[in-house]
Design a protein around this ligand. Structure first.
Ligand SMILES: [Zn+2]
Length: 258
């Protein structure tokens, strides 16, 4: 049976974010979630290269902790990987006011890919997705921005810098997004105002995705999955564009000229 958090997929897609479901994520979890009190933000703190190198570990777990280790993995390019719709082993024991709360049962865990050292910068596209994803989840739960806490706030004695960014500032921007008080908007328009062509990204299924696949010389199945995204990235690289895997006005234009 599916666990309770399957709504994460539509909520993140509706927020205009890139979403990549992993095989079997709807039935993955330690157990069913309890009442959801909020979101705990994490960083992966690994030196591995790539867009989401810890994905396998987040699904399967480590020698010392069984998986899944989070409900969501946030890749460097801003893609949310859907890992588990049930409870995950991401929080462990809390300190202070969190001492009597099971973070694993009551908080949704997001593990964002970020390398050691802790001073490493966060790509803008990843931080933007982090804030917008948390805002969308909290809005869906009818909770305020204060329901978003860091692992370093939940368990400072064990996780003093997880994640390595300012949570007060993070929550201020999340609140601004939730209240519509911010200029933050999708970096790419949903529809090109001149040509009316829709912006396409991973997770979408449509005839326009089929047109895109045809233009790229791919098998046409109308589903924007990993293979289509990888081909879009390669195309963007070849044409001197930012290889974000999103087909917006500039990428459409470049495709026209092929
Ligand atoms: Zn953590």
């Amino acid at each position: 049976m599916d666990y309770a958090l399957t709504w994460l997929e539509t909520v993140l897609l509706d927020a205009g974010l890139k979403v990549a479901p992993t095989e079997g994520w709807r039935r993955r979890g330690r157990r069913e979630m309890g009442r959801v009190d909020g979101v705990i933000c994490h960083h992966t703190a690994t030196t591995a290269k790539g867009n989401m190198p810890t994905l396998g570990t987040l699904i399967k777990g480590r020698v010392d902790v069984s998986g899944p280790l989070a409900q969501l993995g946030l890749a460097r390019d801003g893609t949310f990987y859907l890992i588990a719709a049930g409870a995950a082993n991401h929080a462990g024991a809390g300190d202070g006011i969190y001492r009597t709360i099971s973070g694993n049962t009551h908080y949704i865990g997001i593990e964002a890919e970020n390398p050691l050292p802790y001073s490493a910068t966060w790509p803008d596209i990843q931080m933007d997705a982090y804030r917008r994803g948390v805002a969308a989840i909290l809005s869906h739960l009818d909770l305020g921005a204060g329901a978003c806490i860091a692992h370093k706030e939940y368990a400072p004695s064990r996780k003093p810098i997880d994640p390595a960014f300012d949570m007060r500032e993070f929550r201020l921007v999340v609140a601004a997004i939730m209240e519509g008080r911010t200029e933050v908007r999708p970096q790419i328009p949903a529809v090109d105002p001149v040509t009316n062509r829709p912006t396409l990204r991973r997770g979408m299924t449509s005839d326009r995705v089929g047109d895109l696949q045809q233009a790229l010389g791919l098998t046409v199945d109308r589903e924007f999955g990993a293979r289509t995204e990888a081909t879009v990235r390669a195309f963007q690289r070849q044409h001197g564009m930012v290889p974000d895997g999103i087909v917006g006005p500039r990428t459409w234009k470049a495709l026209e000229r092929v």
